[in-house]
Design a protein around this ligand. Structure first.
Ligand code: ZN
Length: 293
């Protein structure tokens, strides 16, 4: 009763996500941190909990594959999310960052969009939303192989998870943000992939492709989208793609060859990448365990 292996993300790809700064697990008092850790002994961690999947329908490609495998769409999503390394990311971040409090990642069978609740210090991830991302990726490229879909699916959901953990970091580390926090934490997730994950630039680019597809799914921008706290999905796509392009000569050439960025944007991308990487590395450094040793 397991999903076809071809659709499951190669775990090794995403276990790399546990790098996240390569700190030690030693807990010491903060030096230069705006908020010292409470005690030298306590190691705060990110817990992960999974609801039992419930039976829901999925009319998209994911629903077809799940049905062919004899599992419910949510049970299918649970496998993808687990194989996509949510637990590894939580463990990696717990090891590398001196969290001042525990955080929880709650993977739920309820309906909703991924979010972070500062009152409960909880990131909520939804099985149904994960399946929606799979359907959007497939709709954007119907000829995509199941293996590629599995990889992109995991990459997108890990990008979304790091984005949400970014909100959590902004909260618990009291990180100052100017401008839209939503754009800032997209920047964090992009920086994390381009700088901390081997071959991560391509996974960040997968996220950009997803947001482009999400705009198609949402339809032409209307007042509701303009009023939303997020930038338009297509703007998020271009901003992520630009930072990925700016992260190296190689990615610049690859993305230029795809012709996805408007003519006048690529010249700005190395600067946009540098500014974002400098900001996040500076803002996170005081909170790395390695810095506090
Ligand atoms: Zn957000």
């Amino acid at each position: 009763m397991r999903p076809p292996r071809g659709l499951v993300a190669p775990a090794a790809l995403l276990i790399a996500l546990t790098l996240a700064g390569c700190g030690s697990s030693k807990d010491t008092d903060a030096k230069g941190s705006p908020e010292p850790t409470k005690t030298a002994e306590v190691k705060h961690v990110i817990h992960v909990t999974y609801d039992d999947p419930v039976d829901t329908q999925d009319a998209g490609y994911v629903g077809q594959v799940a049905a062919a495998s004899g599992v419910s769409p949510q049970a299918f999503a649970e496998e993808i999310l687990k194989d996509g390394a949510i637990d590894d990311i939580a463990a990696g971040f717990s090891d590398n960052f001196a969290l001042p409090t525990d955080l929880t990642i709650h993977v739920t069978s309820a309906e909703g969009s991924p979010n972070y609740d500062p009152s409960t210090k909880t990131v909520t991830i939804y099985y149904d939303f994960a399946n929606l991302t799979g359907n959007i990726i497939k709709a954007g490229n119907p000829k995509m192989s199941d293996a590629d879909l599995g990889t992109q699916w995991a990459a997108v959901n890990d990008f979304v998870l790091v984005h949400e953990l970014g909100h959590a970091f902004v909260d618990v580390f009291e990180i100052p943000i100017t401008g839209r926090e939503e754009d800032a934490v997209d920047g964090l997730a992009t920086y994390f992939f381009t700088d901390q994950v081997p071959h991560g630039a391509s996974y960040a680019f997968d996220a950009a492709s997803f947001f482009h597809g999400l705009q198609d799914y949402q339809g032409a921008p209307d007042l509701t989208q303009f009023a939303n706290e997020h930038s338009l999905s297509v703007q998020r796509a271009f901003d992520i793609a630009c930072k990925v392009a700016g992260s190296s000569e190689e990615t610049m050439q690859q993305i230029a060859a795809l012709g996805v960025l408007p003519e006048d944007r690529p010249a700005r991308c190395p600067g946009e990448y540098e500014q974002n990487a400098k900001a996040w590395s500076t803002l996170l450094k005081p909170h790395l365990r390695s810095t506090q040793d």
